[in-house]
Design a protein around this ligand. Structure first.
Ligand SMILES: Cc1cc2nc3c(=O)[nH]c(=O)nc-3n(C[C@H](O)[C@H](O)[C@H](O)COP(=O)(O)OP(=O)(O)OC[C@H]3O[C@@H](n4cnc5c(N)ncnc54)[C@H](O)[C@@H]3O)c2cc1C
Ligand code: SF4
Length: 481
């Protein structure tokens, strides 16, 4: 019987598995998805292929959320942006003025864990010669309105700027879990069981029984300690499926879900904006290498440029009247030429991330499937979007760039990839699902540690903070036994 069963192998699962195995504990990782190697990855927008690297969870009101789906989780398709969050994010408070984060969490107390995670993930600031043109264009736009931005920090090394990051990097330039923490876990004896879908957890005489399905067969494994790390949608779903066996769970399971205030914009530049009309902005990595904190302290949002092939999908939609038919295949030379032709060369794409509390909950439908349901309580989100959009549209006016939201507001959040706070960490069971040590309130040795445990939106990309928080939780387990 393993001492630790870890469910999920994204940032939360792989890092905990690595640190606990390193400390000498016997660890089994159950991951529902397959183990894919470099030779399984493709530079393709073919939906059948994309479903292998990213799961799209579609809500009852047709918003699609992107989550990890294979060994390594969403560390494989992520876009590389790796940031420490400013103190301002740790200090965010609710309507009653109470801090979301537990008292002991702040930038200073997290810095040592950030440093460890950055070293493992080889995070560094991009050099000027690594910034794609779309990033330069974004910087120019901000400069025109008196705002500044800085070169972003990435876990890419020697990136070839091919623009297929979300498909998984066929050149192995990204430090995913498959290249970092998982090999460390396995070198210390951890076992990864791929294709193992966990249905529910129940308390056993000692520890917990974890019920899962692998190769069509129902199986059970006991763990003295169980770590739930299925990500922002599937961790709460798993706890909700287990609720009959875990009646003392917090009522906050599934609630407080937010998408980190992500909202996209796309614009057409005026002719000759930068002395040329050809920016080839479809080229370069998916995250175009810059980050703007200009409005963060006062308004609670950052902006970053999009790039790579993804915005070309939106551009294709804009240009659809001129290009009624798509190429037969979403890869290959014909497809690349199509992208070049529809991308008007004068398109700019960028997104916000911000301190939006969100307005959705993860719930189970009657048939047992998962929904990310709109609670109807959109007032805080609308206030956030109102403030942020008015600033962004003002940028458009001042620069003569015709800016529009990438999707209408009621579809805001669609394709969001930061799925946070649905099992959030808090000081008290009334406010969250796990305590500051990552342990589920009321259930000793049961943990949730992944994007769902982040107490609140961050305003910058979350993977490094999930990693640092997980390093801290792991240290607590190892130190306190
Ligand atoms: C396309 C894309 C781009 C992104 N770009 C960035 C970026 O640039 N910077 C950044 O910081 N973040 C980025 N993110 C977000 C980041 O990848 C996630 O926040 C992070 O991976 C979340 O880690 P996690 O451990 O919570 O979950 P995940 O990485 O999603 O891992 C959860 C794992 O659990 C498995 N699982 C779920 N349920 C079960 C079950 N019942 N049984 C067994 N296994 C299960 C899943 O298959 C998955 O592998 C991006 C995400 C996507 C999809
Ligand atoms: S842009 Fe860079 S990190 Fe992204 S897939 Fe290409 S080589 Fe890999």
């Amino acid at each position: 019987m393993p001492e630790v069963v870890v469910i999920g192998s994204g940032y939360g699962g792989s890092i905990l598995a690595a640190r606990l195995a390193e400390a000498g504990l016997s660890v089994v990782i159950l991951e529902r998805g397959p183990r894919m190697g470099l030779s399984d990855l493709r530079q393709s927008d073919d939906l059948k292929y994309l479903q292998k690297t990213i799961e799209l969870v579609v809500s009852s009101d047709n918003i699609g959320f992107r989550t990890g789906t294979m060994v390594g989780g969403a560390s494989v398709p992520m876009d590389g942006g790796s940031f420490r969050v400013p103190q301002r994010s740790f200090d965010a408070t609710d309507a009653q003025g109470r801090r979301y984060w537990p008292e002991s969490y702040n930038r200073a107390s997290m810095d040592p864990y950030y440093a460890t995670a950055e070293e493992m993930l080889q995070v560094r600031q991009f050099g000027w010669d690594e910034i794609p043109k779309a990033g330069g264009l974004f910087a120019k736009m901000l400069d025109m309105v008196g705002a500044s931005c800085e070169r972003a920090r990435f876990n890419y090394t020697d990136c070839l700027q091919c623009g297929f990051c979300a498909q998984g990097c066929i050149y192995d330039k990204k430090t995913t879990m498959l290249r970092t923490y998982l090999p460390l876990a396995e070198a210390n004896g951890a076992e990864v069981r791929a294709g193992a879908y966990v249905d529910h957890i129940e308390p056993a005489e000692s520890g917990y029984a974890v019920h899962y399905v692998q190769d069509g067969a129902a199986k059970e494994i006991h763990g003295d300690r169980v770590i739930v790390a299925g990500g922002g949608i599937h961790s709460p779903a798993l706890l909700l499926r287990s609720a009959n066996h875990l009646p003392g769970l917090s009522e906050q399971v599934g609630k407080n879900f937010n998408n980190n205030g992500e909202h996209g914009f796309i614009g057409i530049l005026p002719e000759g904006f930068f002395g040329t009309d050809d920016y080839s902005c479809y080229m370069g990595s998916d995250n175009s290498g810059m980050l703007c904190f200009h409005w963060f302290d006062e308004e609670g949002f950052t902006l970053h440029p999009g790039g790579g092939i993804e915005p070309s999908i939106f551009a294709a939609a804009l240009a659809a009247k001129d290009h009624p038919s798509l190429p037969s295949k979403a890869w290959g030379l014909e497809y690349k030429r199509f992208v070049e032709s529809v991308y008007p060369h004068r398109v700019i794409a960028f997104s916000s991330l911000g301190l939006d509390p969100g307005h959705r909950s993860v719930i189970l439908k009657k048939d047992g499937s998962v929904d990310v349901k709109d609670t109807g309580n959109r007032s805080a989100t609308d206030a956030y979007l109102d403030r942020m959009e008015s600033i962004v549209f003002d940028i458009g006016k001042q620069t003569d760039i015709a800016l529009v939201p990438a999707v209408p507001r009621k579809l805001s959040g669609t394709t969001a990839a930061h799925l946070l706070s649905s099992c959030r960490m808090a000081e008290r069971i009334e406010d969250g699902v796990v305590g500051p040590d990552g342990q589920v309130f009321g259930y000793e040795n049961l943990y949730v540690c992944d994007a769902s445990a982040l107490p609140f939106a961050l305003g910058v990309n979350p993977s490094l903070t999930i990693s640092a928080m997980t390093e801290r939780v792991a240290e607590g387990i190892v130190t306190n036994g």
